[in-house]
Design a protein around this ligand. Sequence first.
Ligand SMILES: [Zn+2]
Length: 144
Amino acid sequence: MSKGNSGLFSKSTANATLLLAIAYKAINNMISNTKGGNRKSMAVGAYDSKTGRIATAFAGNIPDKIHPELLKRAKEIGGIDSKGLTDRNTVGVCAEFHAINSLLLSGSNLSDIRLTKAIRPRTGKIQPFCANCLKMFADIIKLS
Ligand SMILES: [Zn+2]
């Protein structure tokens, strides 16, 4: 009999799987509990792999308060309110930006944050991350 390492998943993997499932459920709740939620362009969830804190967000207006780390990252692709690396997106509007910003503002460390896939509420289908998010959140996406 080997000692330890007997579970199918490591504790952290199991935890991540559970948090991801909770985050997807939270996205669905947000969509159904928000007036016009189905007509929003995009929704995403993020979670803190250490604390289990979860944030969900729709794409929308640039947040009033933006964490310094996101300001720094945004600057590298043209800054908040620029098109960044895209033709038509605006840096700061994406659901991913909102969800990660919420977690950072509530005390999470960037290195602990993970993302769900981005969901189009109208169809429930997964949408690819935009070029701005792929660049700004490359480290998070890689670990998610
Ligand atoms: Zn984006």
